[in-house]
Design a protein around this ligand. Sequence first.
Ligand code: N01
Length: 508
Amino acid sequence: MTTHDVEIAIVGAGFSGLGAAVKLAENGFDDYLILDRGADFGGTWRDNTYPGAACDVPSHLYSFSFALNPEWSRSYSHQPEIHRYINGVAAQHGVAEKTWFGTEVRRAAWDEESLSWIIDIERDGDVDQVRAKHMIGAVGPLCEPNLPDIDGIDGFEGTLVHSARWDHDYDFTGKRVAVIGTGASAIQIVPQLGKIVGHLDVYQRTAPWIIPRNERPYLPVENWAFKHVPGLQALIRGTIYTANETVAAGMTYAPKALKPVEALCKANIFRGIRDPKLREAVTPTFAVGCKRILKSNEWYPTLDRPNVDLVTSGIASITADAIVTADGVEHPVDAIVVATGFHVTDSPVFDTIVGTGGRSLAQVWDETGMQGYKGTFVHGFPNLALLVGPSTGLGHTSMVYMIESQLNYLVDYLRKTRAAGIVRTDVSAAAQDRFNEKLQRTLKTSVWVTGGCESWYQDHNGNITALWPGFTFAFRNATRRFDIAAYDVTVGAQAPADRPADAVPVTA
Ligand code: N01
C-alpha cells in the first residue's frame, strides 16, 4: 500500500468539488487532489440520467458566477447540457489533471499525530492511502439513493430501478410499470414513461404542490445577445435571484404570504385534470412550501391519461411480480421505478468519516442531529470542510450560489490558517451551539416547521437541519470572511505545505 501526500484532498467531483478546485488554484493552493468514484465530473448531474432529468432553477442562475454560459439552449437546462457544462468548466481550468476518477473513498480518519486526514481509497482494485492536511467533503446530500424498505421488495423478479441509477438497457415500451414516489425526480420521469409504457401506476404517499414550468428554447438572437451584450447575463441572473429571494422570505418569515403560490398550484391542477376525484387526490393537505415546490406542466395531464393510474391506498408489500396495496388489491407489474429520494440526514457516508476520539460523523450526528457551523465545519472534525453541509440546502433558488459562498469561506480559512502557521483548526462547541440555536429559533415560525408536512429537510430529532432558513445573501455575508475567533486552533512548527520524508508525490 502506498501513501500519497497532498495538502488538500477534495472528495467528490460534482459542482462543489469542481468549484473548490478552481477557487483553490486561483488563490495559490495548487497542491490538491480530487477523488471521485465516477468516470467524469458532474456528481448528481452525472448520475441522474433518468428520462426527463432537468433542473428546476433557471439556466442563467444555475451556473458558476465565474463561468457564465451564453450558450444555454433553454430557459431551464436538462441534465445532458448541465453535465456538459460542468465538464467544460473542468476542462477550461485543467482540473482533470488533478483528479482521480474511479476512486472509491472507503474511510477517512483524522490522525492527531500527523495532523492529517488519512483517507483509505480503492482505485483500480488496489487499496491505497491519501494523507491530506485538509479534507474537503464535497459529496453532496443527493449522492446515496434511498431504496424503500417495503416488505418483499428483495423478492421482486422484474426490473427494479432507482431514479438516480437508471437502467438504460431496459426498454420500458409497452410494459406495465410502477413509479413509487411523487417528488422532484418522479414528476420528471412519469410524463416521459406515460408516453411509452403500456400501463403506468403512480404510487403517491403525499401529494406535492406543483407550479407551472415556464420552460422554452432560447432563440439564436437571444444567445447572440447573451454573448455580446455586456452585463445582460448578469442582469438576468440578478432578476431571477431577486424574485426567488422573495419566496425565501415567505417560507421563512411569513408562510401565509405564500397563498398566491397555492392558488397558482391549484389552477395548475384544474387545468391539467378533468376528473374531480383525481383533482382532490392530487391536492396537497399541507402548506405550500413545506416540501419543495415542484415545477411541471406535464405531471397532471399525464395522470389524466387513460394508461396511467394514481394509486393512493399505500403499499403493503411487493411480490415476485406485483405490488400489493393496503386495500388488498394486487397490481401486476413488469418494472418498478423507485423515485424515493436520497439518504440526506442519514447518509452512509457519515459512517466513513472519523474525527477526534475515533467518533464518526454518524455517531456524533446520531446524538446532536445533523449540525455544523456555517454549513462547513463540524466540531470534533478538525481541518475538514464540508461543502453543501448541514443547513445549506434550499427549496427556492440555486445551490450554486450557496456553494460559491462556501468557497469564499473555504479559501479564506486556508489563507488565514496558512499565514498564521496554524496546523489544526476545529470549530468550538460553543460557537457551533450558538449558531444552531439561532437557526432553530429562526425556523420556529417557518413553513418547514409549521406547514404540517414531513420532509427530508428534517433529521431524526425532527429538526430542520438540511435547509438554510431565510435569505441566501445572509449566508453569503456570514461566509464572506473566515471568523477565526470561532475556532480552537493549534499553531505548529510544521508548515502545512511541508512534506513528511516518506511522501509520494501525487500524479493523476
Ligand atoms: O426525492 P424526494 P427526489 N413508499 O425525497 C416518496 C433534488 N432534485 O429524488 O413525500 C412510498 O423529494 C416520498 O413520499 P413522501 C431536489 O432537491 C432536484 O424526487 O415522503 N413512497 C416522495 O414522494 C429534491 O428535493 C431536481 O410521502 C415513498 C418521493 O418518494 C431532491 O433532489 C430534480 C417511500 C421522494 O421524493 C430529491 O428529489 C430532481 C416509500 N417507502 C431532484 N419513500 C431539480 O430540478 C419515499 N417515498 C433541480
